[in-house]
Design a protein around this ligand. Structure first.
Ligand SMILES: Nc1nc2c(ncn2[C@@H]2O[C@H](COP(=O)(O)OP(=O)(O)O)[C@@H](O)[C@H]2O)c(=O)[nH]1
Ligand SMILES: [Mg+2]
Length: 279
């Protein structure tokens, strides 16, 4: 391939949040690095954002990094959560001049060609997200029925609270234009798995466009989701987000902030303060 061809295509930073992923992340990193080297004409880098891992995820990432120089990592000791890891990654790199920043899960649920599909649609919207609920999507090994039920209940809750008309807010594959990230970065604070709602709603509120495309997804064993606890934390987070964006927030902020801090602490869930809000 000629050098000029290599320079075509927007530059992409792929963030991969990782918690205790020593079993799953190694092959995924290699597959992504190899696939994009061979199929993508443009700059492509991967940053794994780890936190509080009790296993050797870091060692596995370092080994992959020796083989592929496009792999890097950020490592935090504190329990900052999946959302917290992504927020840290976005803060760290939003000035690094990537045209787009995206993220996928560490378990390979989204394979490289499926993430590449998001890139192929990147000119059509400010944010392109994979959807497992659109016609044309392909799901291998669907989630167990309890999990699917919880996920559909969460969808109904999110639609009722936010009216975004997005079919699948929780798919782990998303790609966002850098300017859009910069505009919403200070409004991102949900550190748990409900982070996506925070991101998508902030983008919508600022008038950025979101395109959902059907994706290919494989549910992997070894999920970090503990259904009861994760669902409760996500429920609290989206209700908190709704209140923060409501007109009553400025009147109840002094009660809500310490109360939510306390409740997240009781649940041992990651918590961040919102720096600002809009009603
Ligand atoms: N950094 C970080 N990543 C996390 C945390 N919890 C989950 N993740 C990552 O979030 C992604 C999705 O988690 P996963 O267990 O695959 O969720 P599922 O596919 O919805 O069952 C994976 O890359 C996890 O490693 C966390 O506390 N911190
Ligand atoms: Mg998964």
């Amino acid at each position: 391939m000629k050098m000029t061809e290599k320079m075509e295509g927007p530059s992409i930073l792929l963030l991969i949040p990782a918690y205790n992923e020593e079993e799953r992340i190694g092959p995924v990193l290699r597959e992504y690095a190899k696939y994009f080297k061979e199929h993508y004409a443009g700059e492509f880098n991967i940053v794994v954002v780890l936190n509080g891992c009790e296993d050797d995820t870091l060692g596995v990432v370092k080994t992959a990094q020796k083989e592929h120089s496009e792999i890097r990592y950020l490592n935090y000791e504190e329990p900052i959560g999946k959302g917290g890891a992504l927020i840290e990654g976005l803060h760290h790199f939003h000035e690094a001049n990537y045209d787009y920043i995206g993220y996928v899960d560490a378990d390979g649920a989204t394979q490289p060609p499926a993430f590449h599909d998001l890139i192929k649609h990147c000119r059509e919207a400010d944010c392109v997200i994979g959807s497992r609920w659109l016609p044309g999507s392909v799901i291998h090994q669907p989630q167990e029925s309890r999990r699917r039920f919880a996920s559909r209940c969460f969808h109904v809750l999110v639609q009722t609270l936010f009216w975004m008309s997005i079919k699948d807010t929780q798919c782990g594959a998303k790609l966002i234009r850098r300017e859009a990230i910069e505009a919403v970065l200070s409004h991102l604070a949900l550190a748990d798995m409900a982070f996506d709602i925070n991101l998508l709603y902030s983008l919508k509120k600022k008038g950025f466009t979101i395109l959902e495309i059907p994706t290919e997804w494989t549910d992997k064993i070894g999920t970090k989701v503990v259904l009861g606890k994760t669902s409760l934390v996500m429920f609290l987070s989206v209700v908190r987000l709704r209140i923060i964006y409501s007109f009553i927030y400025k009147h109840i902020e002094f009660i809500l902030s310490p109360f939510s801090e306390w409740i997240y602490k009781c649940l041992a869930a990651p918590h961040r303060k919102f720096k600002g809000h809009e009603s």
